[in-house]
Design a protein around this ligand. Structure first.
Ligand code: PGA
Length: 247
């Protein structure tokens, strides 16, 4: 049985003060304990959010990380810095990082190995562009991202990895992939994991991301292969995010 995982991706939103207000509003409501709730917050919010969620089951994630532990990498944050703040998860290879900051499958793979070596659970993002979908290349693209992202990742780590399938054309656009299309791709990703890791395909959790909101979350979550959601916009409003956790 895979535990459902709903992760909010705040992106570059919420100052410390705003973040604390949002967490207080989330905490004041009843949350389904059978769902793992994660807040992936800006680096500057990690410490205060971690403090604010004490006593709840909510986990905290970062949105990126360098693979080296330290060194001359101006502006970067290392796994030991995140670990010191007791970060549970880190989003890796989000399409915005791939698009605006030149992340590649190779850097995502290095980051994934480093995160796992430091006991931080990666949420690795994959997904196709609209152009790739319109030319029926979406499965080939996603398969490639998975195979390269998982290169030389030992099977003992697979249960700690979360995959987020996020079709780029559905992110922040209000266009959601239909629940059937999302499930179809996620089942396909599970098959690829099966080719790489056998039965562990039934253990790994795979989320859908892209305009998930209270109105569509139940339909997505009721599909056979969808284990959770990675949520941008709707994670910035306490009531909406709580509705997602309590789908
Ligand atoms: P969205 O973002 O929910 O605002 O579409 C999802 C994401 O980018 O993770």
């Amino acid at each position: 049985m895979r535990t459902p995982i709903i992760a909010g991706n705040w992106k570059m939103n919420n100052t410390m003060e705003e973040g604390l207000k949002l967490v207080a509003d989330i905490k004041s409501q009843d949350l389904n304990k059978n769902v793992e709730a994660v807040l992936c917050v800006p680096f500057t919010d990690i410490k205060s959010v971690k403090e604010a969620i004490k006593g709840t089951n909510i986990k905290v994630g970062a949105q990126n990380m360098h693979w080296e532990e330290s060194g001359a990498y101006t502006g970067e944050i290392s796994p030991i810095m995140l670990k010191e703040l007791e970060v549970d998860y880190v989003i890796l290879g989000h399409s915005e990082r791939r698009q605006y900051f030149n992340e590649t499958d190779e850097t995502v793979n290095k980051k994934m190995k480093s995160a796992l070596a430091h006991n931080i659970k990666p949420i690795i993002c994959v997904g196709e562009t609209l152009e790739e979908r319109e030319s029926s290349k979406e499965k080939e693209v996603v398969k490639n991202q998975i195979i390269k992202g998982f290169q030389d990742i030992d099977e003992k780590h697979v249960e700690d990895i979360v995959i987020a399938y996020e079709p780029i054309w559905a992110i922040g656009t209000g266009k959601t992939a239909s629940a059937d299309d999302a499930n179809d791709m996620i089942a396909f990703i599970r098959e690829i994991i099966g080719q790489l890791y056998g039965d562990l395909k039934d253990v790994i959790r795979i989320q859908y991301g892209g305009s998930v909101k209270p109105e569509n979350v139940a339909e997505l979550m009721n599909k056979s292969d969808i284990d959770g959601a990675l949520v941008g916009g709707a994670s910035l409003k306490a009531d909406d995010f709580v509705k997602l956790i309590n789908y």
